[in-house]
Design a binder for this molecule. Structure first.
Ligand SMILES: N[C@@H](CCC(=O)N[C@@H](CS)C(=O)NCC(=O)O)C(=O)O
Length: 370
């Protein structure tokens, strides 16, 4: 069978989710930059006209844009091989998938865009993904300018640099304590949660010159997990008797509860504020059924450790969070009690109620309002 073509780049956050999934699931792929005439005239239109990395193309010419849709496609085909079957682990893996890929943009963008040391690598990488006849927005200069603004819009203006750094450091220490005992978030093998978290960790935080040393200093086990997630073999040589499967009996390790509590500090207030902002947008704009979902629907204002932050609200977070909420709603009373107690312990309970007034679906490789 011909390999799947992955249009992506090593420095792209979301490409990291698809790439790692392919590697860990033995899917033959070739990664190339989205710059050819073929990409421009055949792949891009089939991707809904959206120049998003990752986008993949199969030998028959069919195309999937979006790292979540790509993972969904292969999970469907391989019997949900990376989704734990037990109740709490299933919910936690879906929740960590959202948090990893959508909730870590502040440290991922801060360590990339607020330090000039990163510039040579970024210029090199952006140079290699600049399309044919680029509009200004997709030239290297245009992207630099937009990304610096995006960094501020995501909640990292100068006055919050120290807070973003200290939250990240605390997170790395907690992840490190977890990976010291387990090769993956839910035990012995990767789940959807790991593929969400690898996105910011591989493309940005374990690669950019400013953030890589943080892992050398405070997160050796995290660094090794990043490597493990990008190698085809289990790569668990340093563990004595490593688990081969998820932790038994639907247990959530205490070290993972600590990680979730740490994430909750900004993920929960940000999610509640983004939900309000997006619902206000929906009430005001009432977008037509089938119209494309905007990337940013407004701004949410929320408090983190006594500081007031303002960050762009992205409806996509709720497209993923709804999967957690739907799983929860399908549970029996007894299971729901267990999950409620767990989420309460992790300070995550409020996100179950963060729901948009409209649903998000997909059409022609785009997210659309239902
Ligand atoms: N929800 C998408 C987000 C993809 C995305 O934003 N990718 C970035 C690179 S990491 C990009 O290509 N941005 C430009 C664009 O979307 O036009 C996914 O999960 O794949």
């Amino acid at each position: 069978m011909s390999p799947v073509i992955l249009y992506g780049s090593p420095f792209s956050l979301y490409s990291g989710r698809a790439r790692s999934y392919f590697i860990k699931n033995g899917i033959d792929y070739r990664e190339i930059a989205p710059v050819s005439k073929h990409y421009e005239y055949n792949v891009l239109p089939a991707a809904g006209g959206r120049r998003g990395m990752p986008t993949i193309e199969f030998a028959d010419g069919s195309v999937i844009r979006d790292s979540v849709a790509i993972v969904d496609h292969f999970e469907e085909a391989n019997g949900q091989a990376n989704s734990p079957l037990t109740t709490k682990q299933n919910i936690v893996s879906r929740l960590l998938d959202v948090i990893g890929a959508e909730g870590m943009l502040r440290p991922a963008m801060h360590y990339r865009w607020n330090f000039p040391e990163n510039e040579p690598l970024l210029r090199y990488q952006f140079g290699h993904i600049t399309p044919i006849d680029p509009a200004w927005e997709v030239t290297v200069e245009g992207r630099f300018s937009r990304m610096h603004q995006a960094c501020i819009d995501l909640g990292v203006p100068q006055e919050h640099h120290a807070l973003v750094e200290s939250l990240y450091l605390d997170l790395i220490r907690k992840l490190d304590a977890h990976f010291e005992n387990y090769p993956h978030l839910l035990g012995g093998r990767p789940s959807i949660a790991d593929f969400g978290l690898i996105a910011p960790m591989y493309g940005h935080l374990a690669r950019d010159i400013k953030s890589l040393p943080i892992l050398h200093e405070h997160g050796i086990w995290v660094l090794r997990w990043v490597e493990r997630m990008n190698r085809p073999e289990p790569d668990v040589g340093e563990y004595e008797n490593p688990l081969e499967d998820y932790v038994a009996n639907d247990e959530i390790p205490d070290t993972l509860v600590d990680v979730l509590k740490q994430f909750a500090i900004d993920f929960v207030p940000e999610t509640l504020a983004a939900c309000d902002a997006t619902n206000e947008f929906l009430a005001a704009e009432n977008p037509a059924v089938g119209s494309e979902v905007v990337r940013v629907s407004g701004f949410g204002t929320f408090e983190v450790k006594g500081s007031v932050m303002r960050a762009g609200a992205q409806p996509f977070r709720f497209y993923l969070l709804k999967r957690v909420q739907d799983l929860y709603e399908q549970l029996s009373e007894a299971d729901r009690r267990d999950v409620t107690a767990l989420l309460e312990q992790c300070d995550m309970l409020p996100v179950l109620e963060a729901k948009l007034t409209r649903e998000i679906g997909r059409a022609n490789n785009l997210e659309v309002w239902r």
